[in-house]
Ligand binder design. Structure first.
Ligand code: AMP
Length: 226
């Protein structure tokens, strides 16, 4: 079986992170750990964390680092993620979260951090047309809707526009991304973990670029045989 991976995927909202993370988790046979999906699950179940997170999420604000990293720490200490690894989607969002993540994954560390690069104009267009299933989180768009009347093809749930996909909230999240998340790129670059991947083009071609980058990194780190 293909070896697992401990992968972090960064990129603006709408850069195709969710789509690529699902594909990469299938490719490497590791769980897809999405903090956005986990938080939406908490909101739906009305847990104490969900109740505190809801209004921040609706406004496009970040959830405090402590709350998010406690949730991530619990998920990454489960047997599946400790064993084969994970594809982490939506986290870290701040350098404080990155530092906490290092502690959580110690002593293995993260193998690679992928920065999916897509121009902001394309991201705005994608997010405004995005529609998601309220039950399973499957992604659709106004250009590629589900087959029957906004009912999810996968689970039959209702397919809607996310509360935080209004133009105002999108702009706020993109501004926040620049301010708080972009420094992470430098943080990981300094630690020689970062690879920039062109996120435009078909989902297949983007996945091929990411898998190629992981293969190249593994090749480079393999001890050379005399
Ligand atoms: P996403 O699905 O990744 O766009 O996340 C949706 C919302 O969940 C974000 O706008 C934040 O409010 C919250 N969120 C998700 N991940 C994090 C994180 N790592 N740190 C703080 N807030 C987060």
């Amino acid at each position: 079986m293909i070896p697992g991976v401990r992968l972090v995927v960064l990129g603006k909202q709408g850069a195709g992170k969710g789509t690529q993370c699902v594909r990469l988790s299938h490719h490497y046979v590791v769980p897809h750990v999405s903090t956005g999906d986990m938080l939406r699950g908490e909101v739906k179940s009305k847990t104490p964390l969900g109740l505190r997170a809801q209004s921040l999420m609706d406004q496009g604000e970040l959830i405090p680092d402590d709350m998010v990293m406690e949730m991530v720490g619990a998920r990454l200490s489960e047997r599946d993620t400790r064993g084969r690894g994970f594809v982490l989607d939506g986290c870290p969002r701040t350098t404080t979260q990155a530092e906490r993540l290092e502690d959580i994954v110690h002593p293995f560390g993260v193998d690679l951090v992928v920065n999916l690069e897509v121009p902001t104009s394309l991201v705005m267009k994608r997010l405004a047309s995005r529609r998601v299933c309220v039950d399973c989180g499957a992604n659709y768009s106004t250009a590629a809707p589900p087959m029957v009347n906004w009912t999810c093809d996968v689970c039959g749930g209702e397919v809607v526009q996310r509360e935080d996909d209004t133009e105002e909230a999108i702009q706020r999240r993109l501004d926040l991304y620049e301010k708080q998340t972009a420094p992470l790129i430098e943080w990981y670059d300094d630690r020689d973990k970062l690879v920039h991947i062109n996120g435009t083009g078909s989902p297949d071609s983007v996945t091929r670029r990411v898998v190629g980058a992981i293969d190249a990194q593994r090749q480079a780190r393999r001890p050379s045989v005399p």
